[in-house]
Structures are given as C-alpha cells and as structure tokens.
Design a protein around this ligand. Structure first.
Ligand SMILES: *[C@@H]1O[C@H](CO)[C@@H](O)[C@H](O)[C@H]1NC(C)=O
Ligand SMILES: *[C@@H]1O[C@H](CO)[C@@H](O)[C@H](O)[C@H]1NC(C)=O
Ligand SMILES: *[C@@H]1O[C@H](CO)[C@@H](O)[C@H](O)[C@H]1NC(C)=O
Ligand SMILES: *[C@@H]1O[C@H](CO)[C@@H](O)[C@H](O)[C@H]1NC(C)=O
Ligand SMILES: *[C@@H]1O[C@H](CO)[C@@H](O)[C@H](O)[C@H]1NC(C)=O
Ligand SMILES: *[C@@H]1O[C@H](CO)[C@@H](O)[C@H](O)[C@H]1NC(C)=O
Ligand SMILES: *[C@@H]1O[C@H](CO)[C@@H](O)[C@H](O)[C@H]1NC(C)=O
Ligand SMILES: *[C@@H]1O[C@H](CO)[C@@H](O)[C@H](O)[C@H]1NC(C)=O
Length: 900
C-alpha cells in the first residue's frame, strides 16, 4: 500500500492555501531594511511577553539583545515599513529537519513553553500571530486574543491547547485565516460555532481534531461565512445536521475537507452541492458514506479533486458523476464492484487514480487507459479479482511516478510495460503472484526510485548492483521471495531496507563496506547469511532498527549504535554483551536469544538502557546473578533470561518494574508505525504455537527465568506485578514456600513453577487465578490438599504430579478425611471445564490471540520480531504528519499551485 502520496495531496493543499495566501504578505513587510526603529512601547511589551515564556532553546535570544536595539529586527517580528508598528509575530516552532522527514522526534524540536502574556494587547497593530507547534502544556486559549482587533492571520495549531475555544475569537472581525487544533486527540472543543459567524472576512478556516460533537450549528455557521475559500474540519466528530431552512450559498468555497467524521451519503452530497457551485476540492474520505454516488455530482464541473476513499460506497464506477475536469480521483477502500468501466480512460486530465481495495472484477486492458496521458499515480491495489491482459509491446500513453498493484494478479512475470516507465519513484507490486527474475527491470530506469516493494512474490535469482538505481530517500522491500546468492550492492543511503525471508547467503560485507551508509531500518532476518560482523554497522548513525535474526552470523556482537530495536536472535554469536552497547541509551527492544553468548549480565544494563521494554537473553550461556539494577527498567514488559546458567537469587526489587504493574503502557512502537503504517507487533511463540501480538504488545507482560540455576525463594514482591500475564520460574533450584498472596496476579495466563524444590501447601490464592490457561507445579515437594476451585480442577493431573505429598482433586489421591467427599473425576467437564471457545474469547478481549493447545512446552515464548502492517493509514497519517509537514515546506516550492 502506498500511503505517502495521499498525505502529500492532503497536505499540499493545506500548505498551499496557508503559504500562498498569507505568510508571504508579512515577509514583505519585515523591518530588515535600515532606518526602521520600532516603537518603544511595543518593544517593552514584547520583552514582558518574552519574560512569561519559557524559551529553553534560545529562540528569542535576539529579543532584548544589545546588538539589536531595533525590535523590528528580532526574530519572528515584522514591522510595517511605513508606520514602524509591529504587525507580525511569527513564533511558529521551527521544525526538526527541513530537508527530509527522516528525523526522530514526533514533537517540535524547539517549542516555546510557559504563559502567553497579556502584554500582547499593547501591540495594537498586530495583524499576524503564529504560535503554532509550540507546547503550552494544556492551557486554554487565552480569551484576550479576541481583543487583538486587527488580527488577520491567527495560527494556534499543534501547540497543546485544550478546553473550549473562547468565543472571544469571534471579535476578530478582520480575521482571514484561522487555524486551530492538533494532530492528536480532540482536546479542544467548541459546543457551538456561533462565534465564527461574526468573522465575515474569514477565507480559510482550519480546525483539525477539534471536538465539535455538540456544535449542531456548524453547517448553518459556514453558510454565513461568505468569503470562505477553504474549509478544513477533519476529525472533528461533526454531527449530522440538516439545515432547517434554505440557505444562501456563499458561492466562493473552493475546498471542503471533512475527512474522518460521521457523514453518511444520503444527506452530505446535496448539502455540499448547495454550498458552493465552484468547488474544486472535495474530500469526504473516512466517513460512513454508503449507497451509490449521486449522479448530480457530475454537475460540479469545476471539481478537480475528489476524495471518497475509506467509506462504504457501493455500485459501479459512477461514470456520469465524474466530471471531465477531474485531476485527482480517489475511490479506494470502498465497496464498489463490477468492472472498471473504460470511461475512466476518457478522463483525459486525470493525474491520480486510486481505485484500490474495492470489489472490482475486471481484466485490465490497454483500452482502460487510452486517453490518460497525464496519469502519474495509479493504485489498483488489493483487488484480487483484477487481472491484467496487456500485450507485450504496449507503450502506455503515460509516464507514471507511482504505481501500486499490490495484491492484484499482475501476471506470472514482471509486467513488461512497467519497463517503459522511466520516471517511476514508487513501485509496489508486492503480493502479486509474480515469479521469475527481477533484475532486468532496472535496465532503463533513471535512478529516481525512492520506494520499491516487491515483497511476497516468488522472485528468484541473484540481484545485481542496485547502488545506482535509487534516490537517496529510499525504501526497499524485497522480503518474502526466493532471492539468493550474495547480497546485492546496495545504495549508500536509505531509510528502510528489508531483505528478510529470502535465501541470501554469504557475508554482508557488501552492506558493511560503506563509509557513508545511512539507514534507519535494516531487516536481513531469515536468510542464510553468515560470517562475522566485525565493525559492520559502526558507521550507521541513524540506525533505529536492526534485525539479523535467524541467520548464521558468528563471532562477537560488534559495536553498534542502534536507536530503537535490536534483533540478533537465533545466530551463533559468541562472547559477552559488548560494553560499547552502553551508548545505545534509547533502545526499547533487545532480543539476543538463541545464541552462544556468555559472561555475566552487565550491571550497567539497568542504568543505561532505561527505555527498554523488551529484553530477551534466552538460551545463551550467561552466568552469574541477576543484577538488582535491572529493577530500574521501569518500562520493561518482557524479561526473558530462560535457558542460561544464571545463579543466585531472584532480586527482591522486581516490584520496581512498574510497567508490569500498570494496566496500560506507553509503548506504541512509534518507529514502525512511521514506516509501515502498522504497529510494531512481535511474533510470540505461546505454548508452542506462534501467535502474533498485533498492536497489543502493550498488554504482553512476562517474566521467564526458567531453566537456570536460581536458588532461594520467590520474593513476595513479585506478587505486586499484578499485570503479569506469564511467569515461568520452572527448572531451577528454587525452594521455600509459594507466595501466599499469589492470588493478586489476577492477569496470569501462564504460571510455571515446576521442577524446583518448593515445599508446603499450595496457597489458596492459586485458585483465584481465573485467567489461568496453563499451570504447572509438578516435581516439587508441595504437600497438603490442592485448593479446591472449579477452575483448578479443570487442569490435567500432570500439573501436580511429582509432589508425593499432594492430595485432592484433580489427583486421584484422596486427602485424609476426605474419602467420602470424593467426586468422580469424569464429571469435571460437566461443572468445571470452561468452554474452550469462551476462554479464547476472554483472551482476545485482553488483546491476545493465543492458541488453545494446552500442554507444557519447554520455554514458552520467543520473539521473531516481525512487523505487522494492518493499520488504517489515517493513524499513521497523524504520526507522520509532523515530519512530513517539514518536508512539504520544502517540496511545496516546486509543487504546482494549481488551486491558487
Ligand atoms: C513597503 O513594503 C511594500 C511591500 O513590499 C513595498 O511595496 C513598499 O515599497 C515599501 N515601502 C517602503 C517605504 O519601503
Ligand atoms: C468579545 O467577545 C466576548 C464574548 O463573545 C464579549 O463578551 C465581549 O464583549 C466582546 N468584545 C470585546 C471588546 O472583547
Ligand atoms: C467530544 O465531546 C463530547 C461531548 O462533550 C464527549 O462526550 C466526547 O467524549 C468527546 N469526544 C472526544 C473524542 O473527546
Ligand atoms: C454489486 O454489489 C451489489 C450489492 O451491493 C449487488 O447487488 C450486485 O449484484 C453486485 N454486482 C456485481 C457485478 O457483482
Ligand atoms: C549519505 O548521507 C550523508 C548524510 O546525509 C551524506 O553526507 C552522504 O554524502 C550521503 N552519501 C551518498 C552516497 O549519497
Ligand atoms: C570494499 O569495497 C571495495 C570496492 O567495492 C573493495 O575493493 C574492498 O575490498 C572492499 N573491502 C572490504 C573490506 O570488503
Ligand atoms: C525501588 O524503588 C524504590 C522506590 O521508588 C527505591 O527507593 C528503591 O531504591 C528502588 N530499588 C531498586 C533496587 O531500584
Ligand atoms: C493429561 O496430559 C497427558 C499428557 O499430555 C495426556 O496424555 C492425558 O491424556 C491428559 N489427561 C487428561 C485427563 O486430559
């Protein structure tokens, strides 16, 4: 799936409106010319205003600096070049990295914080105020902003304001541009929009993720804004309302953008038709539109961009409803069916055509495209009933920039016509049942490709030198094919490289032998690669994710600089955990399991890897004791030291692992979300079967210390970890009695204390663990009567075997004095055993899909670190937006301002 382009489309428009209409005006009137002296009173007001702000990043250091007496020269300040009054304050937070979206932070790089001082009111001539992308830490929008009576441009977007929007903003009668809201949840609200109706000059109204659930007057209000050109109300929970009386159309609205609301088609289309007869941009995507598109849509002859994706629209492609002016058409993610009629081929202005994820059934032929000479973006993805019948020598009328045919029947070999496309930047033919070789595709291409996804096909053969085929910002996914031979020579720099699940063999020197390689995400897992890594990744400053799992690498773990996720499991690495890994302080995920690593678990782990969520050292040769510093890992959710030679006791401080106490967790796998439009998922072997934890990793909380040489007793502190789902201490030399308050671990699904030397009674608390799916207490010295509960008796008696002193159900050994109470074992099912189906459902409720294959499996989980790509693009959109915005500000300069 190609989603990036869509972000650009939405944003391009937003940014064009924003930039072209206003910002330039104020850049012209800056006081950078000599001779301007700012007005003393305004200068003082600015300094007092600055005093109340917290400027951690020194963005306002020019303010009040001796060198700049003239406040018109202070950063962000513009003055009128005739009256010398301050007219503009542009305090928008600079964005991370202006050239590319390849940066870490989701937040502004240098936000201003603190208070917005009332001193602003002294600047009577202020026309432009931009405080966007700062962090005002959940304060309300100050009412006094409504008294800046000359404001024409006000931008408070993305700056962490909450609460009701003050109706005082309705006093800004000269306002032309207004932008409020944020990319995340709607923490700004407005219960009615009556205040807006006083803004008679308003041309651009952008409210993103503002909760307008109660604003039933929203439509009535916009009919009163006669100057309105662009209306953006995405993710605003707009209520469905029908205007009570006929309304005058403003006739000037050009863009109506209301994605992610609750609209259904029966009423929104006529409303839009009446609102404006000159609309050029209509975005109703991600609503609940159903039924067919009304034919009258075809009367909107000015419409150039129509976005209806992600609804439940039905019927055939609505040819009469498609105006011949259309440039962008997005009908993807609906329930359209039938054939893709050839009328599409006559929309001669079409540049982008998105039809993916519908129920179309068609054989695509040359005639579908006969007049599409302008086409640049084509998406037919996830249409399993679409196949291609295109002659070998076809020379298409277009030169595409982006093609997404993933999940279509493209044909058994690489489509020959794609070779004629010499300007391709994005190509996705993943999961398209293609086999054969792939290399010759690159024959004619100009090196512009930035995104290539051919994963999940049957491509085979050796790959040639790819180093000159890609642009610098690139994404290469060749995973799940049968490519073999040694790794191809790859581009020096890139973002995502996924070569996993192929048959590549040999060493990875091709990848290491780069002095200027900059990758963010490298996945080489599940291949036949081998050899030592020496200092392979030492020069990779951006690496966030490295997955070399399931290969045959050997030698020591090299010095690495990984920012998020490191997966080295199932190789033959030897030696100790290198001290140099200490510098990777932002690691969240480390899997070193199934290697031949040795040494003690370094004490510094707990003090430097403080963001760790997942730590597995399973199945190595680590020895020594568990350092108590590990308890500092407050975010840790999965701790697996099983199958080592670890000795000593279990640290008492485990109750400091607070993530195992909290219901939720902060971990959202943001990095993968960014690149894959899906949450990070881990592939977990649960009770011997692989199960995928999709977006629910936050519920996965496990401690596995099994198969070591641990001694001593179980610290009662462990029973504080109330959100633990799995606890495995089996196959050690632990002794003492079982913690009496074990019943507190109510979330436990897996509990294994088998093959130790525990003695005494089984605490009655065990019978309170009603989520328990697997229990094993066998081969200890437990004695006395097994606590009687309906749930406990459903377990197989092997769970208790090897404890000669135990008696009572489900064992056949009757406790002294209980002889007469013995119930025949066969009746268990009748009143005891949970219906397996019901139990499974419960587990799904807490976020798991686990196989119900009950039975003890040695070492009950392991992670294979696969990524799960199942997330609506809109979520990714919000995450990505901050970064993409940056990029767009640069890209915009070269983009066509077709909507101007
Ligand atoms: C003030 O700025 C405007 C807009 O750029 C320009 O046209 C005008 O010539 C300037 N006036 C002076 C006195 O510099
Ligand atoms: C501004 O608006 C508020 C609320 O809408 C109102 O109470 C106030 O009188 C208006 N005028 C000024 C000058 O603030
Ligand atoms: C929006 O506001 C309504 C009413 O105040 C509230 O019930 C609802 O939960 C809010 N929605 C969100 C997403 O905050
Ligand atoms: C398209 O879907 C509709 C129901 O939405 C159905 O009645 C119709 O038969 C379908 N047409 C085709 C060609 O599958
Ligand atoms: C790779 O990126 C780095 C840093 O952005 C740059 O200095 C270097 O020139 C790039 N190398 C190539 C081959 O593009
Ligand atoms: C690195 O690559 C160059 C040319 O591609 C080659 O000559 C050199 O031997 C390689 N070095 C290593 C250590 O593989
Ligand atoms: C555990 O947490 C407590 C309270 O936060 C603290 O005093 C103690 O030092 C911590 N112990 C360890 C070993 O981290
Ligand atoms: C208990 O488990 C053993 C071994 O898995 C199996 O052979 C036996 O049939 C099970 N007994 C019951 C009653 O389920």
């Amino acid at each position: 799936m190609i989603v990036d382009h869509k972000f650009f489309q939405h944003l391009q428009f937003l940014v064009i409106v924003l930039l072209l209409s206003w910002r330039t005006t104020f850049e012209h009137s800056t006081g950078m010319k000599d001779g301007i002296r700012c007005i003393e009173k305004e200068r003082e007001a600015l300094l007092k205003f600055k005093d109340e702000l917290i400027d951690e990043y020194g963005r306002l250091s020019s303010w009040g600096n001796e060198k700049y007496k003239d406040c018109c020269k202070w950063s962000g300040v513009s003055c009128d070049n005739q009256t010398n009054h301050i007219v503009g304050l542009d305090l928008r937070s600079p964005r991370n990295n202006e050239e590319s979206p390849r940066n870490n932070g989701d937040e502004s790089i240098a936000p201003l914080r603190g208070k917005i001082g009332i001193w602003l009111l002294e600047i009577h001539h202020l026309k432009m105020l931009d405080l966007s992308f700062n962090d005002f830490n959940h304060i309300r929008i100050p009412q006094f902003i409504g008294s800046l009576g000359r404001l024409q441009y006000l931008d408070l977007f993305g700056s962490n304001f909450i609460g009701e929007i003050p109706h005082h903003l309705g006093n800004l009668s000269e306002l032309i541009f207004l932008r409020l809201g944020s990319f995340n949840d709607g923490s700004l609200t407005s219960t009615n929009l009556d205040w807006l109706s006083r803004l008679h000059s308003l041309s651009d109204l952008h409210m993103v993720s503002v909760n307008l659930t109660m604003a039933t007057d929203w439509f009535q209000t916009i009919t009163k804004l006669n100057q309105l050109k662009s209306l953006f109300l995405p993710s605003c929970n707009l209520p469905m309302v029908l205007p009570s009386s006929p309304f005058n159309t403003s006739n000037s609205l050009l863009a109506f953008v209301v994605w992610e609301n609750e609209f259904s088609s029966s009423w929104i289309f006529p409303l839009v038709f009446n609102l404006s007869s000159s609309l050029i941009f209509l975005d109703l995507s991600s609503n609940k539109l159903h039924g067919e598109i009304p034919i009258s849509l075809g009367n909107m002859s000015t419409l150039t961009s129509l976005y209806l994706s992600d609804n439940q629209l039905t019927g055939k492609v609505p040819c009469p409803a498609l105006s011949s002016s259309l440039i962008d058409l997005d009908l993807s993610r609906n329930m359209f069916n039938g054939t893709i009629t050839q009328c599409i081929g006559s929309l001669s202005k079409l540049e982008s055509l998105y039809l993916g994820s519908n129920n179309f059934e068609d054989v695509i032929a040359e005639s579908h495209f006969f007049n599409l000479s302008q086409l640049k973006y084509l998406d037919l993805s996830f249409s399993p009933s679409i196949s291609f019948n295109i002659s070998l020598g076809w020379n298409p009328p277009f030169q595409l920039t982006s093609v997404d045919l993933s999940g279509c029947k493209v044909g058994s070999h690489f489509p020959a016509w794609l070779r004629t496309q010499t300007t391709l930047e994005i190509l996705d033919i993943s999961n398209a049942e293609i086999s054969g070789t792939f290399s010759d595709f690159f024959g004619e291409q100009s090196p512009k490709l930035s995104r290539l996804n051919v994963s999940h096909n049957n491509f085979q053969g050796v790959l040639a030198d790819l180093s000159s085929k890609f642009s610098t910002f690139n994404y290469i996914d060749l995973s799940f094919n049968h490519f073999n031979g040694s790794l191809p020579i790859l581009p020096h720099n890139g973002t995502v490289l996924d070569l996993s699940n192929n048959e590549f063999s040999g060493s990875i020197t091709n990848l290491c032998n780069k002095t200027s390689g900059y990758w963010d995400f490298l996945d080489l897992s599940n291949n036949l690669l081998s050899g030592q890594l020496s200092n392979c990744f030492a020069n990779q400053p951006n690496l966030k994710y490295l997955n070399l799992a399931h290969n045959n690498f050997s030698g020591k773990i090299p010095s690495l600089n990984i920012h998020a996720s490191l997966h080295l499991q199932n190789n033959s690495f030897t030696g100790e955990i290198p001290t140099l890994l200490r510098s990777c302080t932002s690691l969240t995920f480390i899997d070193l399991s199934l290697n031949k690593l040795t040494g003690k678990i370094p004490i510094w782990v707990g003090d430097t890897w403080t963001k760790l969520v997942f730590l597995s050292l399973k199945s190595n040769e680590f020895f020594g004791s568990i350092p108590s510093n590990l308890c500092h890992l407050a975010h840790l959710q999965v701790l697996d030291f099983s199958l080592n030679k670890i000795s000593g006791g279990i640290p008492k401080c485990l109750n400091n692992l607070t993530a195992m106490i909290q219901v939720d967790s902060k971990f959202d796998g943001a990095f993968h979300l960014r690149y894959h439009g899906g949450f990070e998922g881990a592939c977990v072997t649960w009770k011997g079967k692989k199960a995928e934890y999709i977006k629910t990793l936050k519920f996965l909380k496990l401690i596995d210390l099994s198969s070591n040489n641990l001694v001593g007793d179980i610290p009662t502190e462990i029973t504080s970890l109330i959100m633990l789902v799995g606890l495995n201490l089996s196959r050690n030399n632990l002794s003492g009695s079982l913690p009496t308050n074990i019943g507190r671990l109510r979330s436990l699904d897996f509990l294994d204390f088998s093959r130790n030397h525990f003695f005494g009674d089984i605490p009655t608390g065990v019978s309170q663990l009603d989520q328990l799916g697997v229990l094993d207490l066998s081969y200890n010295n437990l004695s006395g009567k097994i606590p009687q509960s309906i749930h406990l008796q459903t377990f197989n008696d092997t769970v208790f075997e090897g404890n000669p002193g135990l008696c009572g159900l489900p064992l056949t050994k009757v406790c002294p004095g209980d002889e007469s109470a013995q119930v025949p074992k066969n009746s268990d099912n009748v009143h005891g055993m949970k219906d397996p189906k019901e139990q499974e459902d419960q587990l799904i409720d807490v976020g798991f899909y686990i196989s119900m294959a009950v039975g003890f499996v040695f070492g009950f989980w392991g992670v294979c670190g696969t990524l799960v790509l199942n997330n609506p693009w809109r979520i990714a959109f919000f995450k990505l937006l901050n970064n993409i915005m940056d990029w767009l500000y640069v890209k915009i300069a070269i983009s066509k301002a077709r909507h101007a």
